[in-house]
Design a protein. Structure first.
Length: 85
């Protein structure tokens, strides 16, 4: 049985499960070569690629499979971009 994904909120941050509804927003930065170069990935080409990535993460949630820690690069880049909007 899968556990419910935790929702963590602070004054400045909300951490929640990513869903396919987030795909368009995720595509904005995962298709950016300057973001993904730090992740060892090629830029995503389509929103469907993002859906596939989200579905893959959901499929391994609750398993013992390790998820690469390079997602920190994404968070850092998003934070940087959002600060300068």
């Amino acid at each position: 049985m899968k556990k419910e994904f935790p929702l963590i909120e602070t004054e400045r941050l909300i951490l929640r499960e990513v869903t396919t509804e987030d795909a368009n927003d995720l595509f904005k930065y995962l298709s950016d070569k300057d973001v993904v170069k730090h992740m060892g990935l090629a830029p995503f080409q389509t929103v469907k690629d993002i859906w596939d990535e989200i579905n893959w993460y959901n499929s391994i949630r609750g398993t013992t499979m390790a998820v690469p820690q390079n997602n920190i690069a994404i968070s850092s880049r998003i934070s940087h971009d959002l600060l300068w909007l």
